[in-house]
Design a protein around this ligand. Structure first.
Ligand SMILES: *Cc1c(COP(=O)(O)O)cnc(C)c1O
Length: 391
């Protein structure tokens, strides 16, 4: 019987149950005091002025673009190498994604890729960046020619899709404190989880007010202010056609407990990454992810290797053999230019995305999670070696 190592394993072995019990005892299950606690703690953690809990990372991305005033016909730069959520929210608003390539190795949009895109589309209004695997883009390098500077110079709004990047740092700043808005995901497999959920952080008063308003129906006061707190009043007004994107206190309870362990879970994932780098580094048919910043700045949400031209088998066959040995893997991502909707609507072709194409052909993500044992890491590495040496 082969050993089973899942792609991801969530442990709720901290204060999850205690905080859930607190919520159940109050009887207030939707957004209330627990959400407020989570928002305050999260804002403190990433050094942002504001944090708004939402019911998914996707809703956070949608709210952010809306708050930045992105609307019909506006152009928004999106990397092709991302989850569909990053692009679909642009379409929710009737805006048009402009797809860009990523750099082979980091799977990030480099400053030179971005510069080229903004030269070709001078009327771009926003850039949705994806901190792939938990490594931040080249945001604020000392030479001044980073992502933020390029966007500021052209008045391009910066939305960070930080679904993978918590906790992560970029050039000495916490991810969450830099862009116009930063969106985190607390989906079940993400670095911290609330089951489903997310968080938006920002520093600007106007953006904050707009996100808060649109998160709950465009009503000027939330349910807790109307019915829950001691000075509550029923009356409300609707000042915009908002959405229903609030996070319930039940989920926030999990998030608060997970947040307490976020740094220790991150360093455990770094331990896994170091093991893989050490053990797989001499396997010539595998390209390891390129780490351009200190290991400790990286959230290590994913460990994605790429089988290169010298690999004896293709990526799909490799995944099948890993499955046969009981090892869970995943692929991040199928580039959006290869999906029917985006390919057809925007007339995209693979030749325009050489970095993403080279990555996608061989890319496979190995298991990486905080509770992964050394024996499990060794089992995965042995499987990789055996399979790629053709045994
Ligand atoms: C998971 C993910 C999202 C969406 O997050 P949800 O919480 O599932 O809505 C967005 N972008 C990226 C890059 C992701 O990995």
């Amino acid at each position: 019987m082969e050993r089973k190592i899942p792609f991801c394993r969530v442990r709720c072995n901290g204060n999850e149950l205690a905080y859930l019990n607190q919520v159940l005892e109050t009887g207030w299950l939707t957004s209330g005091p627990m959400v407020q606690r989570l928002e305050a703690e999260f804002a403190r953690k990433v050094s942002s002025r504001y944090a708004f809990a939402v019911n998914s990372g996707t809703s956070g991305l949608h709210l952010s673009l809306e708050a930045l005033g992105i609307g019909v016909g506006d152009k928004v730069i999106v990397p092709t190498m991302t989850f569909p959520a990053t692009a679909e929210v642009v379409r929710y608003l009737g805006a048009e994604p402009v797809f860009v390539d990523v750099e082979y190795g980091t799977t990030l949009v480099s400053p030179s890729i971005l510069r080229h895109a903004v030269d070709s589309y001078p009327d771009v209004r926003a850039f949705m960046m994806v901190h792939f695997a938990g490594q931040a883009l080249d945001m604020l390098p000392a030479n001044g020619d980073g992502i933020i500077e390029i966007c500021r110079r052209r008045d391009i709004k910066v939305v960070e899709d930080a679904a993978h990047a918590f906790p992560a740092r970029a050039d000495g700043h916490m991810v969450g404190s830099i862009g116009d808005a930063t969106c985190f995901s607390f989906y079940a497999t993400k670095p911290i989880t609330t089951g489903e959920g997310g968080m938006v952080t920002c520093n600007d008063d106007y953006i904050a007010d707009r996100i808060k308003l649109m998160r709950l129906h465009g009503i000027d006061r939330d349910a807790w202010q109307r019915y829950g707190s001691s000075n509550s009043q029923w009356e409300y007004d609707v000042i915009a056609p908002g959405y229903k994107y609030n996070m319930p206190d039940l989920n926030a309870a999990l998030g608060l407990a997970q947040l307490e362990r976020a740094e220790s879970m991150r360093s455990d994932r770094e331990r896994c990454a170091r093991y893989y780098i050490e053990r797989l580094g001499s396997l010539h048919c595998v390209d390891l992810p390129v780490v351009r910043a200190p290991m400790a700045d990286h959230a290590w949400h994913l460990f994605t290797i790429t089988l290169n031209e010298s690999a004896p088998i293709g990526r799909n066959e490799f995944i099948n053999r890993m499955t046969d040995r009981g090892v869970g893997t995943s692929v991040h991502f199928k580039p959006l230019h290869r999906t029917t909707y985006y390919r057809d609507r925007y007339g995209l072709s693979p030749e325009d995305f050489p970095g993403a194409e080279k990555t996608w052909k061989g890319s496979v993500s190995l298991p990486i999670f905080a509770s992964m044992q050394e024996s499990e890491l060794e089992y995965v590495c042995e499987a990789v070696w055996d399979i790629l040496r053709g045994q």
